[in-house]
Write a protein that binds this ligand. Sequence first.
Ligand SMILES: Nc1nc2c(ncn2[C@@H]2O[C@H](COP(=O)(O)OP(=O)(O)OP(=O)(O)O)[C@@H](O)[C@H]2O)c(=O)[nH]1
Ligand SMILES: [Mg+2]
Length: 651
Amino acid sequence: MGTAGHVDHGKTSIVKALTGIDCDTHKEEKKRGITINLGFASYKISETESLGIIDVPGHRDFVHTMVGGISGIDFVTLVIAADSGIMPQTREHLNIMKLLGVKSGLIALNKIDLVQDPDLLDLVIEEIREYIKGSFLESAPIVPLSVVTGEGMDRLQSAINQVYSAVTPRKTDGRFRLYIDRIFTVKGHGTVVTGSVINGSLVSGGSVYLLPGEKQLRVKQMERYGQPVETIVAGDRASINLAGLERNDFERGMLLADQKFETTSMIDAQISIFEESLPLPLWSQVIFHCGTYESQAHIHLIDKDKLEAGGSALVQIKLLKQAVFMYGDRFVIRNSSSDKTLGGGKVIDAYPFHHRRRTTKVILSMQQFASGKLSELITAQLSKTTRALWANEIAGYLGFSEKEIIHIAEEKEFEQVHIIDISSHEGSKEKTVTVESTKSSYALIQTSLYEKYKKRVINMVEGYHKKNPLSEKGMTIQQFATGLSIEESSATWFVLQSILNRLLQDKVLQKVMHTYAAFDHKVVLSSEMKHATHFIENRLKNSGMQTPLLTEIIPDAKRQAINEPVVYEVLRYLVSQEKVYFVDDSYIHSTTVDLCRQKLRTWLESHPEGITIAQFRDLVGGNRKICLLLINQYDSEGLTIRHGDVRRLKS
Ligand SMILES: Nc1nc2c(ncn2[C@@H]2O[C@H](COP(=O)(O)OP(=O)(O)OP(=O)(O)O)[C@@H](O)[C@H]2O)c(=O)[nH]1
Ligand SMILES: [Mg+2]
């Protein structure tokens, strides 16, 4: 529970009356008689449950402190002094709480001892009722009381109990984040930080990151309301004893998280400004507050040229100080001299592009982000890139759990996104292992992009066949990936694999060895090619062991009106057909290779002691180089095996 309200209306007094704890502990606070820092107390709701209370300052100079405190609360006790009624910071605090998304609370109408006239009291109550109409406090209990006389304190307690038990607990799954509001050293224990857990949960003994930054810290011990605990969850106020942290590593506004977040200095947001504010021009300079983070900021209106008081707009905000944000984080903006709260909003994209121009496309995408619908968010996130993303990558950007992302993506109606379960992929098993440990097993891509990739794959294969008409083979996955600039093992690579599998299934492609060829691809020779193939093949066949050099084949072919590029193409084709062997610069016809193989086998069957190269040469004729090449070929086929200087049959 947080307190809120104008200075001097009795917030700290009420907390003290409830808990016995005086939150104004600093010398300066005592001297001035006002609250300056956040105060913390715990109030026993029942035998087993304690309520953490955050007492905030009411003075207008410390509204930024109030924002930090209020960010971690579930409900508020708005304190209004009966003798003065609604005052400027009553309004400002209520406005801020609306912006930060506080959902419930009650009103403590304090100092009734100073209002003798019951009609006057009724008047104040009426004024308050009127004022809170339309806000989250509309039907909140208003409890008249006096801390001085103690009147109404019992009613206050039961009102707190009632509101407390109606609060819906925060979601505790998702990533752990805690805004640090205090840091101190405890003798013999080291550094301790305190703050409010805004998301997720943390278990003692784990490790956390201090953000922004790289520093990883070990959680030694945790306490909730002074009691050691093993787990802290969203909504808790906690103190954490950390190993590895030094006092000057810390700056106000930092937070602890269970994993690294990319830092950002530019966000897209949806903001609204108060009725009492001045309009915001296209560009403006403000102070930005989120949790305990505070920075100067430039706001650029995107869907409007001017933001009128009471209105809202989509904006891009440039922050002077690095920060980490998650989708949906609430913030407050104050004027640049920081004496007035202007309004605030929520982060809709923590890592946007720089919107130099305010195009319809930009606005549409921002509206998608602002809608808050997870399916829209996923689409918007995916449309920022021309590649596929891992489910957990998207989860990270948006601040949802991977499970939620996969769940939505799998929904039938969600047609804009194609989801690929890489573990179900034929042949991707080994990949899955390496990928799973660091990444996700689900890749997501916009359906339109998936279709685009599919078309390009088909075009690439067609182009390949056109260029290599005499090759039966198509392209390898690596060739597709290179052509499409897809990194191996990236999410998009798995999408490519999925596309290839789909095209095989749909009989658009066929597998030829380890390549993908068009399903109806057949090598058809033109009469010119037929002539060339016939000539070259015969030339090689007739040469037997006297394999011709390319420099001999080319002029021979030329005399037959076959030019050089055709010679190469035909040779490639003959090799792919296995009619010709290409070994170390020489082309040997397969009939020659077969014949020599036969001779060798027969000879070896009657000569178990083996054959030397010289003997083999005598057996088949031809030069030493060709003989060596042939023998190696037979070794590699598994016909023969080398024993010292001789080859024997490998049986
Ligand atoms: N007469 C009377 N005085 C009260 C009552 N409650 C608080 N006060 C006095 O009002 C003054 C301010 O009280 P605080 O509790 O410090 O007020 P606060 O709202 O915490 O003030 P800030 O934190 O500075 O905004 C103190 O002098 C209190 O003694 C009450 O019920 N009746
Ligand atoms: Mg106070």
